[in-house]
Design a protein around this ligand. Structure first.
Ligand code: ADP
Ligand code: ZN
Length: 354
């Protein structure tokens, strides 16, 4: 049985279908929300041999005419030059304003294909079919699309909500272990800010039921997005827990050294420590976050070659200190979060160094 989880944004709400072995029903699901038309199936060269044919076949059976576009795996494909190539291939294949984009892959493909959909003929519908834990619990939901500028990651993008998200938990079977574990950075983040019981479950179970776990996380993210689609009310900002320092680590380490979820793991450790100092989180609760990260083999201490100074320099490039402090998401109690406005450079330094 597939679960249907609504994302109740005010205009054009959509569903996330979560289930086992549902890739072969993609065409059927998509034809319920989009008219059968031409579509571009965008994926990467790791995923294509595993899953593209199943999706193509089901789309064709539902009356879609499919053009499959395969990009190289990895972050470098999220460059504007690549986007132009993809759009050119779509135009050559005869796609136009009545066409749709189907994103089959991890976070990179979701961001890239979503962005293409947001600009192609001034915006066409798209469907997300996420195949990594990160994409299933986080990046496929919420309509943030983005590509990289030469000056930094995800600096260019648009809000463009999908028409449907199809999450087949079985696609995770082929995901390399490191990429699988990476996703638990975001899952543990969700637990810390919204679902203390999930953290307890993660600590208690060595092999949680994946379908249930993914659905639980989809519900958490869907709710936050529905209440604050454009990140205007501060609610969506809570999803940045662990990300201020996490992004600084990604920058300081150079892309490629840490996977996103691994950098976020390091950011979560620091954010947990800052929460103890600034929001009265108990030491015991902070330890729970760290223990859960370790259980998924995520890094919890910074390597010696990344100094506090490099990290703070990277951080202050994308965060403004106002009268000595930054806005920083803290957790006063597991399952709750708020934005503190008085986290100082000294607090950051202390958390990074401890
Ligand atoms: P993210 O982890 O942010 O979702 P990517 O889109 O870069 O990031 O995906 C991580 C890597 O895993 C990529 O090399 C991608 O090709 C590969 N990949 C994605 N999904 C699967 C899958 N289901 N099975 C095997 N490899 C996959
Ligand atoms: Zn993240």
């Amino acid at each position: 049985m597939a679960a249907r989880i609504p994302v109740l944004i005010s205009r054009n709400p959509y569903e996330v279908i979560v289930g086992h072995d549902i890739l072969r029903r993609a065409g059927e699901f998509i034809s319920q929300v989009l008219p059968a038309s031409r579509c571009a199936l965008i994926t990467d060269s790791n995923i294509a041999p595993l899953y593209a044919e199943t999706v193509e076949t089901s789309l064709e059976a539902a009356g879609f005419e499919v053009t499959t576009i395969i990009v190289p795996p990895g972050e470098p494909s999220k460059a504007l030059g690549f986007i132009e190539d993809v759009c050119d291939q779509m135009i050559e294949a005869g796609l136009d304003r009545r066409s749709a984009v189907i994103a089959l892959g991890g976070g990179v493909i979701g961001d890239l294909a979503g962005f293409v959909a947001s600009i192609f003929y001034r915006g066409i519908p798209h469907v997300q079919i996420p195949t990594t834990v990160v994409a299933q619990v986080d990046s496929s939901l919420g309509g943030k699309t983005g590509v990289n500028s030469r000056k930094g990651k995800n600096l260019l993008g648009a809000f463009h909500q999908p028409s449907l998200v199809i999450t087949d938990v079985n696609t995770l079977d082929t995901l390399p272990k490191r990429e699988f574990n990476e996703g638990f950075g975001e899952i543990i983040k969700h637990a810390a800010i919204r679902d203390a019981a999930m953290l307890e479950d993660l600590l208690a179970e060595t092999s949680p039921d994946l379908g249930e776990l993914i659905s639980r996380n989809v519900k958490i993210k869907a709710r936050i997005v529905a209440e604050d689609e454009f990140e205007r009310h501060g609610l969506r900002a809570l999803l940045n827990f662990g990300h201020t320092i996490g992004h600084a680590i990604e920058n300081a380490a150079g892309y490629g050294r840490y996977l996103h979820g691994e950098a976020i793991s390091l950011g979560l450790v620091a954010a947990a420590r800052i929460s103890v100092k600034k929001a009265d989180l108990s030491e015991e609760s902070a330890e729970k976050i760290i223990t859960a990260l370790k259980a998924y083999n995520l890094p919890t201490s910074l390597p010696a070659d990344i100094t506090t100074d490099t990290l703070l320099a990277a951080l202050s490039r994308d965060k403004k200190f106002e009268s000595g402090a930054i806005r920083f998401v803290v957790v006063p109690e597991l399952g709750e979060a708020f934005v503190s406005k008085d986290v100082t450079e000294e607090d950051l330094r202390e958390a990074i160094e401890s």
